[in-house]
Design a protein around this ligand. Structure first.
Ligand code: NAD
Length: 477
């Protein structure tokens, strides 16, 4: 079993001030696969102090030099792809093929897009022709606390670390306690790339002690957080005491509107997309709204698609889904499936318990409910597992109303072969992102949500701007 108790502070791996061991559980075996340490207040103080000391130097480093270091990082990250993929698969249960492709690949793609955006970025630019002596200057926010979840760990870590670093901030990363090992490999890549001491620091830890110490710390200027809405609220309250800038990427309950004129693969595509990463994606299309004319056919197609979703050991190659991340999440999902049954939705695939032959590991049956309505718990709560809820609708207006009737506003989906209708609906959906007819957003597009899905945007130029202050300087000569 791996033993990795150190934290990465001020350019070196250091022992924790006080030992607090934490077992990382492999969700496929239910056995510990690694031991790490959880940081206490003294460790957090040390990491924040290192970041604070490094800030003036890193801020003054020309953007081209910061970009050159990130370019080195990218090559090293590429060379460690297999290590990253194996760690992700072991810690959070992503099938190894997915870990090698989309999970590792998200970190690679975001970093490349940041580099592209940074090269074209105007750090200092005039306000406009009407005020030629007024300059708009972009400068870093300061010391950032970056707190990330386990579900797409390299995606979230790269979105924060690389953007913050390119923008000239220094930082302390606290990855999820469910997936600390892949974050430590990421830190090794940062180290090898030659980031100056103290620019990037990593402490492992939980929310209650480590996360709390970071978000309350007087020397932290900004918190960038991805995770649950519950934790986002706690963090906002904590950070309010010192009026930190807070960026939040939270949960979702995406609607996938399937109109009667959708292409024939739309329903199957929606099911597969829901099950991807075992349903553990904030932007999962977890409510499928289907127009009444094609509803019965869609239910049949969804059942058939769910039956084709194989569940299996994440360490094995091939197309399947793995277990969910931990026992608590397994129990929560079972409770929500039971609630769906109790509230009268019709189970058309999967259901309670483990899939046949998988008695060990936090495996969940790919599950679909039909005949649901939008007031049911399974249509309102983020389940974060392979569970899809199908809801019929009659008209375009009704579909938009149901889609928007949620506290979340992250990603919605539209399926129709009528381009004008697709665009019209996209403009009325209250979410940070809309994907239509199986086409996802391009690399470097802004990622983030409205309402209780959070604020601010990550990725591309928007992701860099989120880590910048804007200074207006008059009288520039
Ligand atoms: P979580 O909120 O429990 O934990 C996320 C991170 O926050 C972890 O590092 C955890 O240790 C830390 N944390 C928890 N409570 C904290 C507190 N009070 N103070 C400081 N830190 C705290 O979420 P999770 O279970 O790891 O991840 C799943 C959630 O993340 C889902 O709700 C999902 O929708 C959301 N998510 C959102 C996005 C997005 O971009 N919008 C992306 C991925 C996941």
């Amino acid at each position: 079993m791996l033993e990795k108790r150190e934290f990465y502070i001020n350019g070196e791996w250091v022992a924790p001030a006080e030992a607090r061991d934490h077992d990382v559980i492999n969700p496929a075996t239910e056995e510990p696969c690694a031991v790490v340490s959880l940081a206490g207040e003294a460790d957090v103080d040390k990491a924040v102090a290192a970041a604070k000391a490094a800030f003036p130097g890193w801020m003054a480093t020309p953007p081209e030099e910061r970009i050159a270091i990130v370019e080195k990082f990218l090559a090293i990250y590429k060379s460690r792809s297999e290590d990253v993929a194996q760690a992700i698969s072991m810690e959070m249960g992503a099938p190894i093929d997915l870990a090698r492709s989309a999970q590792w690949g998200a970190g690679y793609a975001h970093t490349k897009a940041f580099l592209q955006a940074a090269k074209n970025f105007e750090w200092i630019k005039p306000l406009g022709e009407h005020a030629p002596d007024t300059m708009i200057v972009h400068e870093p926010v300061g010391v950032c606390a970056l707190i990330t979840p386990w579900n797409w760990p390299m995606n979230q870590i790269s979105l924060k670390v690389i953007a913050a670093a390119i923008a000239g901030n220094t930082m302390v990363l606290k990855p999820s306690e469910e997936s600390p090992i892949d974050a430590m490999i990421f830190a090794e890549c940062v180290h090898e790339a030659g980031f100056p001491k103290g620019v990037f620091n990593l402490v492992n830890g939980d929310g209650a002690v480590t996360g709390n110490a970071l978000t309350a710390h007087k020397d932290v200027d900004m918190v960038s957080f991805t995770g649950s809405t519950r934790a986002g609220i706690a963090i906002s309250k904590n950070a309010a005491e010192t009026l930190k800038k807070v960026h939040l990427e939270l949960g979702g309950k995406g609607a996938n509107i399937v109109f009667a004129d959708a292409d024939e693969k739309a329903v199957k595509r929606g099911v597969i997309q829901m099950m991807n990463n075992t349903g553990q994606s904030c932007n999962a299309p977890s409510r499928m709204l289907v127009q009444r004319e094609i509803y019965d056919d869609a239910v049949a197609a969804a059942t058939a698609a769910a039956e084709q979703v194989k569940v299996g050991d994440p360490s094995e190659e091939g197309r399947h889904i793995g277990p969910v991340v931990n026992e608590a999440q397994w129990n929560k999902i079972q409770g929500l499936i039971q609630q769906g049954i109790d509230e009268g939705a019709r189970l058309i695939a999967g259901g309670l318990g483990r899939p046949e032959g998988l008695n060990r590991g936090y495996y969940v049956k790919p599950t679909i409910f039909a005949d649901a309505n939008n007031q049911m718990t399974i249509a309102r709560e983020e389940i974060f597992g392979p569970v899809l809820t199908m809801i019929p609708f009659e008209t375009e207006e009704e579909a938009i109303e149901i889609a928007n009737d949620t506290v979340y506003g992250l990603t919605n989906y539209v399926q129709t072969q009528d381009g004008a209708k697709a665009n019209r609906v996209a403009l009325k959906l209250r979410s940070g992102m809309v994907e239509m007819n199986g086409k996802s957003r391009g690399a470097g597009a802004p990622f983030g949500g409205m309402k209780q899905s959070g604020n601010g945007r990550e990725a591309g130029v928007w992701g860099i701007e989120d880590f910048l202050e804007v200074k207006a300087v008059g009288g520039w000569s």
